[in-house]
Design a protein. Structure first.
Length: 311
């Protein structure tokens, strides 16, 4: 008579054992911690305690805008004005900051999607949630130190900044992650992954580097992918070169210690700090150049490893 009851308790015990294994913690620990913080901050904002919400972000190193997801708002504003026939490249009157849309003009091709500034909260929150859930798909740490480093990266100021703004780079991260994950599947799925990587590149240019994973393919497939990519880029340039040329000069620029974030921030900001400490700009240039060279060398080493170890 106790058979079903015992089997049920056994299944529950087995499930608890799985949940509390180090493997589970390593796989979902960082993503779970970030998700908990995100949901907590969302609850604070939704419940009206905006002062505490802003104080937490400010102490974390992020200067919050007067409402969340302002970068998603800008992208949706570009769609909204484009549907009205407004040229949004230099200035966008639908945007709260009147920002011109300096990303790829391909974004405007999707302006028919019926979303606008009024949908900022829903779109931004969903985009952030998808990003946080996707972190569990990254290679899991295997040691406590690796878990600590993963937690530090996941909970870093720049990740919080990207989420608070709901920057479009979050979408590009999702496309890059999908491209990487699909490289472990049969050819058809890998080709679909390369298509996603190409789509990311057409949306914001720099993700073209995602397609370096195609170098693992046999020569015939690699050449085919390369020809398709080059042909697509050529057609894209022919169709949009005027808009691209107009938008590039308007891309935001500024000091390396502000909320403008790119691959240059780490080496050049540390270079500036070294130059200031040594009271010599030359020292700063040498330090920045050396750090940049190290980063480039690390990228080349990773690429070589990808070629040598297909698994």
């Amino acid at each position: 008579m106790f058979g079903p009851f015992k089997r049920k308790n056994l299944r529950i015990a087995q499930l608890c054992q799985i949940v509390y294994t180090p493997l589970f913690v390593y796989r979902f620990g960082a993503a779970g911690a970030a998700l908990a913080m995100f949901l907590g901050m969302s609850w604070l904002y939704a419940c009206g305690d905006k002062d505490l919400y802003e104080n937490i972000l400010t102490s974390y190193g992020v200067l919050p805008f007067r409402f969340p997801f302002v970068d998603t708002s800008g992208a949706l504003a570009a769609w909204e004005c484009a549907r009205q026939g407004v040229d949004v490249i230099v200035s966008d009157p639908c945007d709260v900051l009147q920002r011109g849309y300096t990303y790829s003009p391909l974004w405007m091709a999707a302006a028919g999607i019926p979303l606008g500034v009024a949908n900022t909260m829903a779109v931004g929150w969903t985009l952030d949630l998808a990003f946080l859930l996707s972190l569990s798909l990254l290679p899991a740490p295997r040691r406590p130190l690796e878990l600590v480093l993963t937690l530090a990266a996941t909970l870093s100021t720049m990740v919080a900044f990207a989420l608070e703004r709901a920057n479009p780079d979050i979408l590009l991260f999702l496309l890059a992650l999908a491209t990487g994950l699909l490289t472990g599947y049969p050819l058809f799925m890998r080709l679909f992954g390369y298509f996603l990587g190409l789509a990311a590149a057409l949306l914001k240019y720099y993700p073209i580097m995602i397609l370096v994973v195609a170098s693992r393919e046999r020569a015939s497939v690699f050449c085919l992918v390369g020809l398709v990519v080059l042909g697509t880029l050529a057609v894209f340039w022919i169709g949009y070169h005027t808009e691209i040329a107009r938008g590039l000069p308007n891309i935001a620029r500024g000091p390396y210690n502000t909320d403008l974030f790119s691959a240059q921030n780490l080496p050049f900001l540390l270079g500036e700090a070294a130059g200031n400490a040594a009271a010599s700009p030359r020292v700063g240039y040498i330090a920045a150049g050396g750090l940049y060279a190290i980063l480039v060398g690390a990228c080349i080493a990773i690429w070589r490893r990808l070629l040598r170890f297909p698994g």
